[in-house]
Every structure is written in structure tokens, then in C-alpha cells.
Design a protein around this ligand. Structure first.
Ligand code: SAM
Length: 282
């Protein structure tokens, strides 16, 4: 008897370019040529890429609004032994793009899901930003309204990892104004715009200086961009709000000395500094 892997097809998650059409791997081209069906976020958009590589394969649409309905159909094709590729309009599918529900559904059914890696705007931007990349946090799209955006930034004020966001350049001045207001003008920011395209620009400076730079060149407000913010630089004596929350919780269960020791261990802060806070909380 054949095992499942031989009978069922594979769902390939194929990364496509984020601008320059030649940023695609040979394996991605082979896969897009060989599969039975290509599921695209926008079939007309993907056609331009397929035409560039003379790929005439069948396409179907799979986007945010029909993903749940299409997942059963796609799974049934895989179960018939068909191979399927999933692509989004740009870069790596599922990264602020459709595909999560489909991939989860197929994996739950025990179907093969295999990545064909390639471009991703967040990673491309990080690779040239000059900010620490040993740890980073991908935060997806910032909200378009200032109030919601400020809430997101406030929640991230003490994040020590480099933070990567997707945002529209037309909102860049408003976004950076909120960053200055919530995180301060001193944070290093990188704007990576139109990566791999003709007007590629990677600009870094303190948040307050970026505002002036954006204001003097309207071209910087066009196209697509990744925004990167340096993480919070914790001072050795600073007690982060997270440490105080932990301490408060522990104080409900144990004596201050033990609570301070545990909270200090968790958050890498000095025990004595926490002890003063514990006494004031009593
Ligand atoms: N899945 C894609 C990826 O792997 O990067 C991202 C899709 S998301 C819907 C589109 C966002 O990615 C844009 O709004 C922009 O923030 C960013 N982006 C895509 N292409 C870009 C480029 N060439 N330069 C800068 N940012 C880009």
C-alpha cells in the first residue's frame, strides 16, 4: 500500500518578488510551472509575473475574503494527488498576507505543506537597516488611525527588540509624529521604501530628524515602505513596568523578600530596587 505522502499532492508556499521581477528562485519558477494549480491573492497581478517567465499554468483566486471557503476545495485537490502553489501579490505568503487558514487546515488534515523561500520585505529591510537583528519583533501593519496607532506604540514602549512594521508612506509623517510623541524623538528609525525598485531608499535617523526629512521631499511619501524602530534601551537601574506587574502578582502569594528575588530574576533587575517598590506597594 502507498503511504499518504505518495498519494496526496503537496501545497507549496511560494515566495515571489517584492518589486524586482528577477528576485525569484529557479526552484520557485520550476514549482509554478509544474504544479496543477496556482492559488493567487490576485490572479491578474500574478499573471504579470507568470507572463515574465512564460508560465501558462491554471490560476485560482484565494484572498482574505474567500480563504475559508476555498480551503476545503484546495484540500480536496491535494487529496486527489494534485500539487498546488500558493502565492501572494508580493513576497512571502502568510506574512501580512492570506494563507494562514489554508495552511493550518491542510496541516490539520496531515497534508504536505512545503515552503519555497524567497523575498520578504520585512527581512530585506532588516538586512540593510543597521539596527540589531539578533532579536527582532515583526509587528505587521500599524493601524491607520492615530489613536489606535498610539495605543500600539504605547504597548511597545518598553520592547527591547528591534521592531519591524509595515506602513503606507502616505501616512509616514503622521506615524513618525506619533512615534515622537509616544516613544520620544530620540529613537533611531529606519524607513526602507520601494525596496528592489527604481526609487529604493533606505534612510535612518532619530525620529525627530526623520520628520524634517519627510517634510522636505514629497517623493518619500509614495510607494511602499517598511518602518523599523530601534528597541528600548533599558538602563541598568530602570525598573520596567513589566517587572512591577510581576512583583504585584507575586506579592499576593508570598513575602516581599521572596517576591522581589523572583521578579528580579525574571526581569534581570536589581533585587534591592524592587524591595523599595514592594514596600511602597504594601
Ligand atoms: N508578504 C509580503 C512580504 O513578504 O513582505 C508583504 C505583504 S504586505 C500586504 C505589503 C506590505 O509590505 C507593504 O504595504 C509594505 O509595507 C511592505 N512592502 C512590500 N513590498 C515592499 C517594497 N518593495 N519595499 C518596501 N516595503 C514593501
Amino acid at each position: 500500500m502507498k503511504d499518504k505522502a505518495e498519494v496526496f499532492g503537496t501545497l507549496y508556499i511560494v515566495a515571489t518578488p517584492i518589486g524586482n521581477l528577477t528576485d525569484i528562485s529557479q526552484r520557485a519558477i520550476n514549482t509554478l510551472s509544474d504544479v496543477d494549480v496556482i492559488a493567487c491573492e490576485d490572479t491578474r497581478h500574478t499573471k504579470r509575473l507568470l507572463d515574465a517567465y512564460s508560465i501558462t499554468n491554471k490560476t485560482i483566486s484565494l484572498h482574505d475574503h474567500n480563504e475559508r471557503q476555498k480551503q476545503e476545495y484546495i484540500a480536496s485537490l491535494l487529496q486527489e494527488g494534485k500539487n498546488i502553489a500558493l502565492v501572494s501579490d508580493a513576497g512571502t505568503p502568510l506574512i501580512s498576507d492570506p494563507g494562514f487558514h489554508l495552511v493550518r487546515y491542510c496541516r490539520e488534515l496531515g497534508l504536505n505543506v512545503s515552503p519555497i523561500p524567497g523575498a520578504c520585505a520585512a527581512i530585506a529591510a532588516l538586512s540593510v537597516a543597521g539596527l540589531p537583528t539578533d532579536r527582532f519583533s515583526f509587528e505587521g501593519f500599524l493601524p491607520s488611525k492615530s489613536g489606535a496607532r498610539q495605543s500600539v506604540l504605547t504597548a511597545l514602549a518598553f520592547e527591547t527588540r528591534t521592531m519591524v512594521f509595515y506602513d503606507a508612506p502616505r501616512r509616514a509623517i503622521d506615524t513618525v509624529t506619533d512615534i515622537v510623541e509616544v516613544l520620544g524623538g530620540d529613537r533611531d528609525i529606519v524607513i526602507a521604501r520601494e525596496l528592489t525598485k527604481t526609487f529604493e531608499t533606505v534612510y535612518s535617523d532619530k525620529a525627530e530628524n526623520i520628520l524634517a526629512w519627510l517634510a522636505q521631499d514629497p517623493n518619500q511619501l509614495k510607494g511602499e515602505m517598511v518602518l523599523i524602530i530601534e528597541g528600548h534601551k533599558a538602563d541598568a537601574n530602570e525598573i520596567l513596568p513589566q517587572a512591577i506587574s510581576t512583583l504585584k502578582l507575586l506579592l499576593t502569594e508570598m513575602k516581599p523578600k521572596k517576591a522581589c528575588a523572583i521578579a528580579a530574576e525574571i526581569h534581570g533587575v536589581k533585587k534591592n530596587a524592587l524591595y523599595d517598590i514592594a514596600l511602597s506597594l504594601k
